[in-house]
Design a binder for this molecule. Sequence first.
Ligand code: SF4
Ligand code: MG
Length: 336
Amino acid sequence: TPAFLSVRDLHVRFATEDGTVKAVDGLSFDLERGRTLGIVGESGSGKSVTNLTVLGLHDPRTTTVTGEIHLDGQELTRAPERTLERLRGNTMAMIFQDPLTALSPYYTVGRQIAEPYRKHTGASKRDARLRAVEMLEKVGIPNPRLRVDDYPHQFSGGMRQRAMIAMALVCDPDLLIADEPTTALDVTVQAQILDLLKDLQQEFGSAIILITHDLGVVANTADDLLVMYAGRAVERGTVREVLRAPRHPYTWGLLSSMPRLSSAVDEPLSPIPGTPPSLLAPPPGCPFHPRCGYTAEVGGERCRGERPTLPDGRGAACHLGTERTRTLFTEQIKPR
Ligand code: SF4
Ligand code: MG
């Protein structure tokens, strides 16, 4: 049987004045209910575009989507807008980085949680308000009976993020997509929000896609991991597998640019040299080759000429091969 969410050979292209941008270039992954998939990559890696496409929020006038997306057996890339609209907020919901893009300043927080609930369930105003209070309580807002009548500006940043989570979960979605949900928050609040997402997942049993540029965010929150680069998945595995023994040089770069909580505060971070490639004219062969320090290991022109493929299941899209990456990671990367 197919997975609850199954994405197969997804291509997303934008028409721009300068040419066609291949924002997502042949992406496949599966996600089951009750599991969290972390999608990690720099901006422009295609991680946000992938998820906007799943939600059907791309602009059909400028965007071409091919491939297949199945959610609970239903194909989404060819689904009419009316179907997608019904699914959004009901079967699938989203949380964004900035709560102020989702919350209107003109309505009370309670009303904004109650409205989608009324719309999707036909509940009475009174019941929807009670449900809003209940949701605010679930996401840890103190005095929810009073705070339900507050406006977003009366909430702190962390509380607004909690309110947005309440809004996303009010219809008990089966799929929750969280795009950089904690980036704007300080470290303590960030940890609280991630814990909250985990707890709520246990209660609601939803599938979660957690999009982030920060491996630290997925380390304690996600079950499975997909590392994206230049519109392609370059590594996949369980979070444990990828963090213990990452196999792609790009993942090594992400790891060494991640602050380690256990080490001295002043440990210098080593960001990955170079910048992500233009998606108007992506480099031939391995898209990471202009930034990769291991092309000589592969020998000759292979990295520049031949596109490495990502196997299903655990693996990396790299010509180095599993054995060589294991040795390199142990000998060169890990001791740093
Ligand atoms: Fe680096 Fe070559 Fe592997 Fe690409 S295929 S990540 S360029 S070693
Ligand atoms: Mg993004």
